[in-house]
Design a protein around this ligand. Structure first.
Ligand code: UT7
Length: 333
């Protein structure tokens, strides 16, 4: 039997219309466009403002576009995996709601919580179902409504995050394309440096937790920064070496978009040029599980069949990982 690989065969995305730019943020907290551009590299982020709308609505719109673009009937989808840390509710899973909203009646579905590495972990997981030969069409969604868990009175975190969603279709291939390798890690010691303090089983929601603003993302920025640079670079260089990828034969690095300085440091360690790096952080900020598929979406028209692509991410947990794939279609056609 020929080896089956999973290949990305299409991408859909959704971004809310509202743009929260640095000027507006400067009226909310003590910050400036100059500080944010120098220290992070974000100009504006999209915010889902419509009342009653949530992560599943963004995920569903991304899936609808994906089905349209790939001419796929909803009945054909076998499995949906949604990477998110901001499901509509703690339960059920956002993937269950997305499947219902897009009429994926034959698919089972579940969420993956790996924070900013969510898409890399979910793509790895989805690819294994396809490689088994049992699954023909798997959708992997990265969707986060970070505005729901961002404290807009805290200048150290509120410039960082935005809302968005993107989804890819995975299908089997026996050609020399598709998802080839991954290196993923977690280390729970990171829980002290990047987390939400309350709302889980350790500290359920109460008047006190709300009053103390414990339902927002908290982080020790400098510690997270140091780990993000070293772990993301280590894993990206390791996957390059393992698969004989050189700066010359790498088409693209698709890094998680948390901070422009982290992205630059990883690219330097990989000895690649800035032209080989997908960057859209200036437009959307850190959309957590959505950053990597949103990059693929924005750069889709520049991708060619056979392009060597490395994805790399780092996030809360800590979680970090890298995927090596060969792009499966000429997107410009
Ligand atoms: O995606 C998941 C993982 N998350 C990350 O990868 C984020 C990693 N961390 C970072 O990107 C950076 O640590 C931040 C962007 C969060 C912060 O940048 P930094 O260069 O580490 O700044 P800092 O925390 O060391 O703060 C430097 C100064 C401080 O003032 P003093 O103490 O030197 O007077 C802060 O109070 O900058 C101040 N500051 C700000 N000033 C203006 C912090 N936030 C702001 C702000 N505007 N928004």
């Amino acid at each position: 039997m020929q080896n089956i690989r999973a290949a990305i065969t299409g991408i859909g995305a959704f971004l809310p219309e509202y743009r929260l730019n640095n000027e507006e943020l400067s009226t909310m907290v003590d910050t400036t466009d100059e500080w944010i551009m120098q220290r992070i590299g974000i100009k504006e982020r999209r915010i889902l403002k419509e009342k009653g709308k949530a992560t599943s609505d963004m995920g569903a719109e991304a899936v609808k576009e994906l089905l349209r673009k790939t001419n796929t009937h909803p009945d054909e989808i076998d499995l949906v995996i949604c990477a998110t840390i901001t499901p509509d509710r703690p339960l059920p899973a956002a993937a269950n709601v997305i499947s219902r909203k897009t009429r994926l009646v034959n698919a089972w579905s579940f969420d993956i919580n790996a924070a900013c590495s969510g898409f890399v972990f979910a793509l790895t997981t989805g690819s294994k179902f396809v490689e088994s030969g049992q699954y023909k069409k798997v959708i992997v969604v990265g969707a986060d409504m970070m505005s729901a868990i961002t404290d807009y009175t805290d200048r150290t975190t509120c410039p960082l995050f935005g809302d968005g969603a993107a989804a890819v279709l995975l299908e089997p291939t026996t050609e020399d394309v598709g998802i080839i390798d991954h290196i993923n890690h977690t280390d729970g010691k990171g829980r002290h440096y990047l987390h939400m303090k309350a709302g889980g089983s350790k500290m359920p929601a109460s008047m006190e937790t709300v009053q103390n603003r414990m339902h927002y993302v908290h982080q020790d920025g400098q510690t997270v920064f140091k780990y993000a640079v070293s772990r993301m670079a280590d894993v990206a260089v390791e996957i390059m070496d393992k698969n004989n990828i050189t700066p010359e034969n790498l088409a693209w690095l698709v890094p998680h978009q948390a901070n422009m300085r982290i992205i630059d440091a990883v690219a330097r360690r990989m000895k690649i040029s800035p032209k080989q790096v997908m960057i859209n952080i200036q437009k959307y900020g850190n959309t957590t599980a959505a950053t990597i598929p949103l990059c693929l979406y924005d750069f889709e028209s520049q991708l060619k069949k056979g392009d060597n692509i490395i994805l790399a991410a780092f996030g809360a947990g800590f979680t970090w990982g890298s995927v090596y794939l060969k792009w499966a279609y000429d997107s410009s056609k």
